[in-house]
Structures are given as C-alpha cells and as structure tokens.
Design a protein around this ligand. Sequence first.
Ligand code: NDP
Length: 444
Amino acid sequence: MLYTERVIKSVIERNPNQPEFHQAAKEVLESIAPIVNNDPKYEKHGILERLVEPDRQIMFKVTWVDDNGNVQVNKGYRVQFNNAIGPYKGGLRLHPSVNLSIMKFLGFEQIFKNSLTTLPIGGAKGGSDFDPKGKSDNEIFKFCVSFMTELYKYIGADVDVPAGDIGVGAREVGYFYGAYKRFTGLYEGVLTGKGLSYGGSLARKEATGYGLIYFVTEMLKDAGTDWNGKTVAISGAGNVAIYAAEKAMQMGAKVVTMSDSTGWIYDKDGVDLKAVKEIKEVKRARLSEYKNYRPNAEYHTEGNVWEAKVDIALPCATQNEVNLEDAKKLVANGVIAVGEGANMPSYPDAIEYFQKNGVMFAPAKAANAGGVATSALEMSQNSQRLSWSFEEVDAKLHGIMVNIYKQASSAAEKCGVKGNLVVGANVAGFLKVADAMIAQGPML
Ligand code: NDP
C-alpha cells in the first residue's frame, strides 16, 4: 500500500466519527500523492503522520446565563493544527453544527491555505456549538466573555491569532478582544477582523469575497474570458457572499441569487445588494424580507440556488452545500466556472463532475484565502503600530490572489494536470509546510 493510502487509512481508523475531517484529509493526501509517494524523504520524516495530527485540540466548557436567568452550557474548541511556518491562525465559528470533526477539517485546510498566501501563518480553527441566532446583544456578550475566560490562556499575538468565521463578525470579535485585554492586560494584535478604531484593517471585511473574485478573474483570463455580462449564482448572504457579490457586480457581472439558512432569492434583474446588506448586516433578519424591497423577485424555501441558469457559480455559505445532483444541474444549465468562497462547499463527486465536464474549478483553499491573507496584513499593521489605506490593503490583497493563482496553476502544470487547481493548490501549499517541518526536525 502506498504511503498516502496508509495514512488515509489510519486517519479513518484513528479518528472515528469525524467524516468531515476524513473528507478533507483524503482530498489533500490524494492530490499530493504523486509528489509524496515518489520522494522517500516525506515518509522518512513522517511528514504525513505529523500533518494529520493536530499539535493540540483544546476543548472546554462555556457557561453563560441567558436573559431569562437560565444557565446555558456550550462546547468550546480551539484546534491548533500546525505552526511550522508561523503562529497558528484561523477563524472562530459559532454555529450549532460545530463539532470536533468540523473544527479539524477546517484547521487542517487552513494549514495549506495559509501556506499558499506566502505569509508566515500556521493553521488553526476554533468555535462553539453556540447558536447566535435570536440571541440578544447581552447574551452574545456574555457568551463571548465566557468563551474567552478559557481561550485567552492559549492564544497571543505571536502564538495563535483567531479571526471571524460563520457567526463571528465585528461585534463578536469586539467582545472577544475586550475580554482578552481585560484578562491579560495586553493591547496586542491577538485577533483579526477587529474594528477600525482599535487595530482593525481597512478592507478586511471585504477581503474574502473580493479575493475570491480576483482569483476567479485570473482563471477566466487564462480561458480568454472575463466577468463582463456573465450571470452569477451566489449562495449565502453573509460576509463572504455579500462582498463576492459586490466585486462581481463591479466587474460587470449580474448576480441573480443569494441565500440564507431558511431560503433563497432569485432576482432576474440582478440582486439589489443594498437591500441584502440592510437585511443581513443591519437588521440581522431573514432573506425572506427581500421581497419587501423587490416585489418582482422570487423567494424560495424549497430547492437551492444551483437551480438557476447561470454562467458562474460561487458557493459562499458553508461546507458540503453542492452535491452531485447540484453539479449536474449547473452543468446542464451551461455553467462555465465554479469558485468556492466557503470552505469545502463541494462534495468530492461534484468536483469530479465539474472537472470531467470542462468546468473551470477554483478550490476554496486557494480561492478564499484572501480573508486570512488580509488578516495577516492586519497583524503586520498591528506589529508596526500603523494602518494602511483601503487602496493599499486592497492592492496587496489583489497581488496575493494573483500570486496564489499562479502558484496553484504552475504546480498543477508541473504535476502534469494542467488546469487542475485542486491538485495545484494542495501541492503548492503542502511543499512549503513540509519543507519547514523537515528543516525544524521531528519535534512536532
Ligand atoms: P457568515 O456567518 O457571515 O455567513 C454565512 C452565510 O451562510 C449566512 O447567510 C448563513 O445563513 C449561511 N449559512 C451558514 N450555515 C448554513 C447552513 N448550514 N445552511 C445554509 N446556510 C447556511 O459567514 P462567512 O460569510 O464568514 O462564512 C461563509 C463561509 O466562508 C464559511 O464556509 C467560512 O468558513 C468561509 N470563509 C470565511 C472567511 C471569512 O473571512 N469570513 C474566510 C474564508 C472562508 P444565515 O444568515 O441564515 O445564518
């Protein structure tokens, strides 16, 4: 049995009931197999066994008192996966679906994504099964402070720098940061996605969505086309989805769908992003309200956005939201490109179907790395006690995304699979981390 196959088998045996982690590990290991199995140094140094085992998995109790005086208990997590190339870095997710398998898949993916940015950041992820929906500001605050009573012991500007993810935006980062500062007395760049008045970076909010569009632009360019006049389906209506939609529109595309966890909208005239921002960012309400702004638009609670006839699809909500059936629908409707804004939104068989049918495919690890890259730029600004202009950060983000595309596409070509950015991103991300691990010896 080949080295990669043995490690995949052992990941499955040694981590039972962690399907998302198995899926992520299998995807990476299978795509780097031609490199790893043909060079004995990786096995000699135990690189894969070391990579698939997190440095540490911190699990803790989060207790807080709700507005009715009832004590609530949630699970808290921080998985510090690998710090071979820099301090641990990765978001915090607050969603009822959060469990160890999801934390590990996200932390594992983050290692390679962060490596691809070319910035010095390791991989981690954290969060809680706390559901922020329907909670008052006071309840959110109490949860965040309680979460940080434990997490603060394990993080720091040069140790581990968490950020936002699903359910964690500026408000939550603010509460986490305030609590960290209170517990440690340190005013340091320990979290990213902070407010502008206390160390945040301009363009961080926009970065993942804008970065996705910059990446897909390069992919389209290689195929001799661009966004102009293209119709786009986007899922989600959160941070990534909103700013992906904004930049796609600026590039001349028409975005016709968006969704949240209760339904989706189809607006044949192009989504009114101002309305979506007001509903989701200001009112924190359901997308069903969109019809109050645009009575002619459709709102559905059945099916999903992948039913729409579009040229480009951008899944930007959550993992495993594009299955084989969705892929078949998109291909039958003539989709030419898919760009993943969310983490691991497509099932493996859906990706295979896209690739077999000549659909350009931009994998999350590369295409959504703009968020963490800009987080690393926020860390740089914090270290320098400086803040850069929006244009400066955006220009750096753009350069990073073009570079990530080049790395992924040239690695794919070197592996003999030109255009396969899944393989290219995994190989390029892996090589740098493996190199650093070998150089630092087998301690971790
Ligand atoms: P947000 O919480 O801002 O938005 C998530 C959106 O997706 C919301 O509209 C939410 O609906 C919807 N959604 C979430 N979970 C589900 C679900 N299980 N089923 C259906 N809809 C769902 O998160 P982000 O935009 O920050 O993150 C979206 C994705 O992008 C995630 O996969 C995240 O890991 C990834 N990502 C985020 C980065 C960032 O910088 N924020 C960086 C890189 C990746 P509702 O409004 O009803 O909750």
